[in-house]
Ligand binder design. Sequence first.
Ligand code: NAD
Length: 452
Amino acid sequence: MISSYSPQQPKDLVVEVPATAPDEVAVAFENARTAQREWSAGPAAARAGALNAMADAVAGAAGELADLVVREVGKPVLEARGEVGRSVAILRYYAQQVFDPIGAVHEPSAQGLLFTSRRPLGVAGLITPWNFPLAIPLWKAAPALAFGNGAVLKPAPESTACALRLAELFAPLLADGLFAVLPGEAETGQAVVAHADVISFTGSGAGGRAVARAAGERGVRVQAEMGGQSPTIVLPDADLGAVAGQIAAAAMGFAGQKCTSTKRVVVVGDAAEFRDTFVAAVEALVVGDPAATETTVGPLISEAARDRVVDVARSAVDAGGRVLTGGGVPDSDGWFVAPTVVESVPSDHVLARDEVFGPICLLQTAPDLDQAIAVANAVPAGLAAAVYTRDLATSLQAAQRLDAGLVKVNAPTTGVDFYLPFGGEKASSLGGREQGKAAQDFYTSTRTITIT
Ligand code: NAD
């Protein structure tokens, strides 16, 4: 049984449904394949119409969906509303991409016609995390459908209600089975991997690598977008007062539970002034009820996630580090942790190496830009990175040398435009970018056709 509880009110059961058994997963793929054949054979305009109707349905339910995101995963309401708006934009964007060219004509080596043509892959298996419970399923499903595939979604158990609501909204708009939502845990995800014609995963590194291994065994195309450990470098010429607030929000917003959340701040030169300004900015963030518009930091997704942050803060002190603010648990029913800033941990401490998915951030220092980039790059992950400086040459150098799929200059690591390719380097990503125009490559195969 899948039981999803509200993280701010852990007695509030949002939804309880049976987990999808492996034989039910097989049936869902059979149904999706039947529907997909008709879908891909139909006119492009019909697919565009359906995607626009899906966008209308999400827009029409915007308030209710945002409230559900707040309730089920504890996302602060302004961010939840932003996610709904992004979901609508994603659907409309791919509705338009349906009309993009699907190939190119080339000069033949002999007489005749030489051209390429894209075709759908079949039924996509989509495995998603809970932290963007609408946008991530849709930034996978929208291009999969737009380019003629079916889509079977296995959402994270913690965001089951959000995914089921999407399925309800779309049911009158799509042929039966073309878009299916299968609640479940990892076991259901494994069954999805066993049947899909193409697999798109977003989640933890361990989950992504397991899915990629299983897909590789089957010889099926896979992409895995995994965790980050995103650094932000602050140069001495940055306007410290202005940037401290941005970085505090990027580290602690939605309780640090974004793959692009800032996890490390590397200050070049003397950190004293930035340290004080940053700690003050973190302490000024409103922690509390995610339904309140003034809240920046809501709860963590679960008791275990909350306890991990508290344990990591404690272990930082045991390792000789210093907690500059936070580390404690506010008096509340939900899974809250005070936003936490730590400094002076050894380089092998978890905060300097791996993603801790919560409102905890490490302050580091470096004598110059070269060393700062070395510190920023000294982790297995490479999703997002930011640098704050007023110097153009420094910006360009950092943008070239940071190990990250997304580099921001004078902007926070979080927040990415939906119409550009998204993904990381090193251990953060496997198998090609998603979103933007990159999605067409992933959800189609290119055929080279020669006619003489
Ligand atoms: P998770 O890996 O625990 O779960 C993600 C999904 O994978 C869930 O649906 C889960 O049931 C499923 N799953 C887990 N193991 C599986 C397996 N062996 N086979 C098949 N399915 C499996 O991750 P989570 O806790 O839901 O999400 C948080 C993580 O996601 C963080 O690490 C975060 O950085 C990452 N994330 C990455 C991105 C990105 O685009 N790079 C975006 C959002 C979140």
